[in-house]
Ligand binder design. Structure first.
Ligand SMILES: Nc1ncnc2c1ncn2[C@@H]1O[C@H](COP(=O)(O)OP(=O)(O)O)[C@@H](O)[C@H]1O
Ligand SMILES: [Mg+2]
Length: 256
C-alpha cells in the first residue's frame, strides 16, 4: 500500500475550557477525497485545526506522508504542503482578488495561474476587493488561494456555509478534479451530505469528538441510516431520534 498523504491516529485535542476530541483516527491517500460528516459540535473543525497546527494536540499522531507533524508550527506545516480553508474563509475585505493570489497567508509566493486555471471566473474580477464579492466568489477565492500553494493535503471546512446549494454544486466538482489531477489528498467537512458523498471516495462519521471507521461513499449514499444515526446519536452510531433539528441535509427535499 502507498503511504497515506495524511494520517491521524488516536488524536485528542481541545481548548482552554476542556477536551473536545477523544480519539480521532483517519487517513487520506494521495488523490483521494474523504468527507468528514457529523452534527454541529462533533469536533470536525477542531480536527482540521489540530491537523494544520492551529491548536495543540494532547494525544495521538498526525503524519504528513509518513512524517510526524507534532514538532512543526502552523507555518511549517503550511510550507510542508498542508492548506486549510477555514470556516470563515480567512480573506481580507480590503485586499483584491489578485493580491490574495500573489502572497499567501504566511507571505509565501503563490502560483496565481494555477489557481485561475481551476477558477477562471476569478480572472475577470481580479481587481475587485474581496469585501465586495458574493459569497460564492469569496469561497472560490478562498479555495483558489489554497490551490495556488499546490498543497499535497487540502483541508476544507464547510465550503457551503452561507451559499446556495446551486453554488455548492458548482464548487465541489472542482475539488474532485483538483484532487485527481494533482494527486492532492482532500479532507472535506461538509453539511450537504449528499453533495459531499457525490464527490468523495470515502467518508468518516464523527460524533462527540470520536471518529468512526471509514465507509465507501457509495455505501453511505445508498443507505443513509448510518449517517442519520451519527447526526442523532453518540459514538455508538445508533441511537434514538432525540433532536430532529440536528438532521443533516440528507435529501434534495431537505435542502430548502
Ligand atoms: N475556539 C473555541 N474555543 C473553545 N471551544 C471551542 C472552540 N471552537 C469549538 N469549540 C467547542 O468544541 C466543540 C467542537 O466544535 P467544532 O470542532 O467547531 O465542531 P464542528 O466543526 O463539528 O461543528 C464544541 O463543543 C465547541 O463549542
Ligand atoms: Mg465546524
Amino acid at each position: 500500500m502507498t503511504t497515506s498523504a495524511l494520517s491521524v491516529d488516536g488524536l485528542a485535542a481541545g481548548y482552554d475550557n476542556g477536551p473536545v476530541l477523544h480519539g480521532v483516527s483517519l487517513y487520506v491517500a494521495p488523490g483521494e477525497v474523504v468527507a468528514m460528516l457529523g452534527p454541529n459540535g462533533a469536533g470536525k473543525s477542531t480536527t482540521l485545526r489540530a491537523i494544520s497546527g492551529l491548536i495543540r494536540m494532547t494525544e495521538g499522531q498526525v503524519r504528513l506522508a509518513g512524517s510526524d507533524l507534532a514538532p512543526l508550527s502552523p507555518s511549517a506545516r503550511a510550507r510542508a504542503g498542508i492548506a486549510h480553508v477555514p470556516e470563515d474563509r480567512g480573506l481580507f475585505r480590503g485586499m483584491t482578488v489578485a493580491e490574495h493570489l500573489r502572497l499567501g497567508p504566511r507571505k509565501e509566493k503563490l502560483d496565481a495561474d494555477a489557481a485561475y486555471e481551476y477558477f477562471p471566473a476569478l480572472r475577470a474580477i481580479s481587481g475587485r476587493m474581496a469585501g465586495v464579492l458574493s459569497g460564492g466568489e469569496q469561497q472560490m477565492l478562498a479555495m483558489a488561494r489554497a490551490l495556488a500553494r499546490k498543497p499535497s493535503v487540502l483541508l476544507l471546512d464547510e465550503l457551503s456555509l452561507g451559499l446556495a446549494p446551486l453554488v455548492v454544486e458548482r464548487l465541489l466538482p472542482v475539488v474532485r478534479t483538483y484532487a485527481t489531477e494533482h494527486k492532492c489528498a482532500v479532507l472535506l467537512v461538509e453539511q450537504h451530505v449528499h453533495l459531499a458523498l457525490g464527490i468523495a471516495d470515502r467518508a468518516y462519521l464523527m460524533a462527540s469528538g470520536v471518529s468512526s471507521s471509514s465507509y465507501d461513499a457509495h455505501v453511505l449514499r445508498n443507505d443513509m441510516t448510518l449517517v442519520q444515526a451519527s447526526y442523532l446519536g453518540g459514538p455508538e452510531w445508533a441511537s434514538e431520534f432525540e433532536d430532529e433539528s440536528k438532521l443533516p441535509f440528507i435529501g434534495e427535499e431537505a435542502q430548502e
